[in-house]
Write a protein that binds this ligand. Structure first.
Ligand code: AMP
Length: 417
């Protein structure tokens, strides 16, 4: 399917989507397409392979799923039993999120989905597959298990979609993904979405795609403009006190707290509980049902705060998160961008606060280098640490010194040639 007019599409109507899909989008409250949707939907509809740089929060799920659902639903006889589309996602949360979206977008055309996730009993997933499905959404490990058991067949898959490809690589799924892709027949349409397009993602794309169109709507690591980014300098031993002060500041705030490790997430959650807060926690030690019930409790405001690790950051799509607090800064600066992207969803405003101790100074510098600007320093709190500030200043001075020495060495060798 191609867009209805040769002028640039601006509305969902212009994108040539069928009426039941347009109605579903209206029901979802989507009034106009986001930039990634405007860029990608015509290409996907025209059956190109697409490599898209887009982050969670930009509307990328609809960008790849709307034309696929539309294509499947407008076939004269589409009620076969084996899937026509396969979506691979790196985490269980993201897979569930995609499934919810597909069901919402396809609700007037009766699209049938199965979500195949590890960490839960596979029985119901196998039953679901037996009933016949159009779209399978899976994490790689469970999909491979079910393929090996002969419980799922990919022989009719025409659309292979890889979401958050960079995260797949970070989590070590590259061999699994290649193995699965080798079992999806060709010709097929392969869509690859990634927050950042690293050399690894490019190499994966080059083996999976043919003549792919490249779409990029935001530069890698772009941060939504409506997020106010702040940093508070605090000694490690006072971080918990500061966190509690922040959480008690305004009861209406909806706060997500990130830690670097699951051990830290458990510790922070426990400490907050001991101080009388209602806390949910999601990290890789929690089972799928525990993670889901923690998310549900957060959505329903049964807990005041949710503590999470990076591994689950991208799957959290709760619209009205007002604050993201980084209790510890992430090793990878890009993960900071993913974390804070959980707030300021769907055009709202949000606040991201980094609690920076001396141990976090290298990470803070990495984040500021990536963003190409410093975070706003907030010293209006009783735990403000001038030691941490001094450490940051010293680290910046040392870096300037090294850069200057490097330039001088560089120019010296130039003249020596
Ligand atoms: P995603 O990047 O797919 O995770 O989407 C981020 C959020 O934006 C989700 O809550 C979507 O439901 C929402 N969304 C996606 N497309 C639109 C749109 N065109 N208008 C309004 N909200 C949207």
């Amino acid at each position: 399917m191609t867009p209805k007019s040769s002028t640039k599409p601006k509305t969902f109507d212009d994108l040539g989507l069928s009426e039941p899909i347009l109605r579903a989008l209206w029901d979802c409250g989507y009034r106009e397409p986001t930039p990634i949707q405007l860029a990608a939907i015509p290409l996907v509809s025209a059956h190109f392979d697409v490599l898209a740089t887009a982050q969670t929060g930009t509307g990328k799920t609809a960008a790849f799923m709307l034309p696929v659902i539309d294509d499947i639903a407008t076939r004269p006889c589409y009620a076969g039993d084996t899937p026509l589309a396969l979506v691979l996602a790196p985490t269980r949360e993201l897979a569930l999120q995609i499934d919810q979206n597909v069901q919402a977008y396809g609700k007037h055309v009766g699209i049938r989905t199965a979500v195949l996730l590890g960490g839960v009993n596979s029985g119901p997933q196998i039953d679901r597959l037996r009933k016949g499905v159009d779209v399978v959404i899976a994490t790689p490990g469970r999909l491979i298990d079910l393929m090996k058991q002969g419980a799922v067949s990919l022989e009719d898959v025409e659309f292979l979609i890889l979401d958050e490809a960079d995260r797949m690589l970070d989590l070590g799924f590259v061999h699994d993904v290649r193995w699965i892709a080798d079992h999806v027949p060709k010709p097929r349409q392969t869509l690859l979405f990634s927050a950042t397009v690293s050399a690894g993602v490019k190499s994966l794309a080059s083996t999976m795609q043919v003549n792919a169109r490249v779409v990029s709507v935001a530069p890698p690591a772009a941060v939504a403009e409506n997020i106010e980014q702040q940093v508070m300098f605090v000694a490690r031993e006072h971080k918990m006190d500061l966190l509690v002060d922040l959480l008690r500041e305004d009861k209406d705030n909806r706060t997500l707290v990130f830690t670097a490790t699951k051990v830290a997430a458990m510790m922070v959650a426990r400490q907050l509980e001991l101080r009388g807060l209602r806390v949910g926690a999601i990290h890789s030690n929690k089972s799928q049902s525990q993670r889901q019930s923690a998310l549900d409790a957060f959505v329903q405001r049964k807990v005041d705060v949710l503590v999470a690790t990076d591994i689950v950051a991208r799957g959290i799509d709760v619209e009205d998160i007002t604050h993201v607090i980084n209790f510890e800064l992430p090793e990878l600066a890009e993960n900071y961008v993913h974390r804070i992207g959980r707030t300021a969803r769907a055009g709202r405003a949000g606040v991201a606060i980094a609690l920076c101790g001396i141990e976090d100074v290298p990470q803070l510098r990495g984040i500021e280098r990536l963003l190409k600007e410093p975070l706003t320093v907030r010293d209006d709190h009783r735990w403000h640490s001038t030691d941490v500030m001094a450490c940051l200043a010293a680290s910046e001075r040392a870096a300037r010194h090294r850069a200057k020495a490097g330039t001088m060495r560089g120019s010296g060798s130039k003249w020596a040639r």
